[in-house]
Ligand binder design. Structure first.
Ligand code: UDP
Length: 247
């Protein structure tokens, strides 16, 4: 169904952490951020109180930061607590992961020790497909899946690298180390590549520079994944520090 035929307010898509609604304007969608949290391909489920609003606030601020630095995004504005208006885009079915420091699946799959600095940062592509468990791709596999998608690899890598530079500097000013993060991109009606989805503690690994303890320093969804406790407090701290930095 095309977006312009759907009634206003109709739910177009419900994901694990967000719901997309149609608006009166065919080119504009409303994203609602949920408190629901999932991990390990939705095998672990729960709720983080206030997460929806905090992630919406954080992502809005970071999208503004991107726009200010010349990186086009789907963000239009935050309309209320949990809601953000975004440009309608066709999502590219790739998860683009940037890694500055080894953690998570990289350590598990390669044996590279946790905390190893990755210079230059790694840019990786995963297939956005829950049924297949979001497998790691190679450029050749992307080409085999869709030659047109392979043409996007270099522009995506270049945008992801620029985003990393801006985000690293920003989080450094917050006293936070940006370990790794996941991005999603889409194309608008004119074929322009836009940063989409969200940037938040759900999609980034963020370490508090004021803490040295490997568990205490965690300020992101790893607190939920690994049952470290104080998840809401960590998200709130990220939000407060992010908002302290004007964009
Ligand atoms: N990530 C994400 N969604 C996913 C997979 C990963 O937001 O479906 C983020 C994750 O929060 C981390 C980075 O991407 O910041 C790298 O994740 P990794 O591949 O290490 O996977 P994980 O250990 O989270 O399973």
């Amino acid at each position: 169904m095309s977006v312009d035929q759907t009634p206003v307010g109709q739910k177009l898509y419900e994901g694990k952490a967000k719901i997309l609604y149609a608006t009166e304007e065919p080119e504009v969608l409303l994203t609602y951020f949920k408190d629901d949290a999932t991990a390990f391909n939705a095998q672990k489920r729960g709720s983080i109180q206030g997460k929806g609003e905090m992630n919406c606030v954080i992502a809005s601020h970071l999208f503004k930061l991107m726009e200010k630095n010349g990186i086009p995004t789907h963000f239009l504005d935050r309309t209320s607590g949990n809601e953000m208006r975004v440009k309608s885009v066709t999502i590219i079915p790739l998860e683009v992961v940037v890694r500055n420091i080894a953690a998570g699946s990289l350590c598990q799959q390669t044996g590279i020790p946790l905390g190893t600095i990755l210079n230059p940062p790694l840019v990786e592509f995963y297939l956005k497909d829950d049924a297949l468990g979001d497998p790691l791709l190679t450029v050749d596999r992307i080409r085999a899946l869709d030659p047109n998608m392979a043409d996007q690899v270099e522009p995506l890598k270049s945008m992801a690298t620029q985003i990393n530079t801006v985000l690293q500097t920003f989080f450094e000013q917050c006293g936070i180390t940006l370990v790794d993060f996941k991005l999603e991109f889409g194309t608008d009606a004119q074929g322009q590549l836009l940063l989409a989805d969200e940037i938040s503690p759900d999609t980034c690994r963020l370490w508090n520079q004021a803490e040295t303890d490997p568990d205490r320093r965690v300020m992101d969804k790893d607190r939920f994944r690994r049952d470290l406790g104080n998840v809401e407090d960590a998200y709130r701290q990220v939000m407060e520090r992010v908002l302290e930095q004007a964009v």
